[in-house]
Design a protein around this ligand. Structure first.
Ligand code: NAP
Length: 282
């Protein structure tokens, strides 16, 4: 039986700490604000934006929403970001993805000032993650690291396998494990012998987007298994790991829901607080 790593509980603790720090800043006359930009009517994006607003308010961070129509041009969005970059009352800027097809995502991400880039998607911040001299960490991989630490697990000296190589999750996840002195293998859709490689892992991170891809035969007894996946199967939310099969074998495991998901928002709040510290030279 694995230790179930409770993302709700860990994120609640992180948010409590952030709340304390936000109120200490407020006592010094410094407020913390996040600008959230949503273009269009994507229902999932609307839910994410609403959840981010609720989370900000719960810790005392102001959330300023900018809701733009689906027809917004790239130039109009660039203009708004320019204004937000220059606005001293805005500490963090988040542009909810995906964007409508007439807008180039990379162009927008590159237009956000690196010191307000709380998603850590700007090439400057991506480069800093490579070197280890980072200000902001990408929210989901940072959340996975906090979950491992909460269970007393560090990557040092461990064999780590990350399934998935996206810029948002897989690649930065591998870098964070490497910075912590793990020996890291990255797998993807062209990797032969996936099960065999996964079975070598002391720490297995699944960031694929395929429901229940990771089965019992892919997990080494006692391994820590972090499930980033958010999939729907038969109308129910499930991860990339077949939890019922893997839980009896693993040493520690995150559930879906209630694992990595709550941590991603907590890390966004942490980055927004960090941005406020940086911008106030604290
Ligand atoms: P993505 O950009 O689609 O990347 C998926 C990765 O998985 C790719 O590198 C792909 O390989 C690899 N892959 C696909 N099928 C595979 C297979 N059969 N075997 C091995 N590797 C395979 O997805 P993402 O943005 O990284 O997200 C991954 C999952 O995490 C999704 O379910 C997403 O919803 C979830 N997610 C959750 C949170 C959260 O807060 N909980 C945050 C972000 C994402 P190739 O590169 O070769 O195509």
């Amino acid at each position: 039986m694995a230790v179930i790593i409770d993302g709700k509980a860990v994120s609640a603790q992180v948010k409590e700490n952030i709340k304390t720090e936000v109120s200490a800043l407020q006592e010094k006359g410094i407020s913390v604000a996040l600008a959230v930009v949503l273009v269009g009517e994507d229902p999932a994006s609307k839910i994410y934006v609403r959840n981010k607003k609720i989370a900000c308010e719960a810790v005392g961070i102001q959330s300023k929403e900018f809701l733009l129509p689906e027809s917004t041009s790239e130039d109009e969005l660039l203009q708004l970001i320019q204004q937000l970059n220059e606005d001293p009352e805005i500490n963090g800027i988040l542009v909810q993805l995906p964007l409508p097809k007439q807008i180039r995502e990379q162009k927008i991400l590159e237009s956000i000032s690196p010191i307000k880039d709380v998603d850590a998607f700007h090439p400057v911040n991506v480069g800093k993650i490579m070197t280890g001299a980072f200000d902001f960490l990408p929210c989901t991989p940072a959340g996975c690291m906090e979950l491992l630490h909460s269970a007393g697990i560090t990557a040092e000296g461990k064999r780590c396998v990350v399934i998935g190589r996206s810029n948002i999750v897989g690649k930065p996840m591998a870098m964070l494990l490497l910075h912590e002195h793990g020996t890291v293998t990255i797998c993807h859709s062209k990797t032969p012998n996936l099960a065999e490689i996964c079975r070598t892992a002391d720490i297995l991170i699944a960031a694929v987007g395929r429901a229940k891809l990771v089965t019992a035969d892919m997990v080494r007894p006692g391994a820590a298994v972090i499930d980033v996946g958010m999939n729907r199967q038969d109308g129910k939310l499930c991860g990339d790991v077949d939890f019922d099969q893997v839980e009896p074998i693993a040493g520690a495991i995150t559930p879906v829901p209630g694992g990595v998901g709550p941590m991603t928002i907590a890390m966004l709040l942490k980055n927004t607080l960090k941005a406020a510290f940086l911008q106030n030279n604290l």
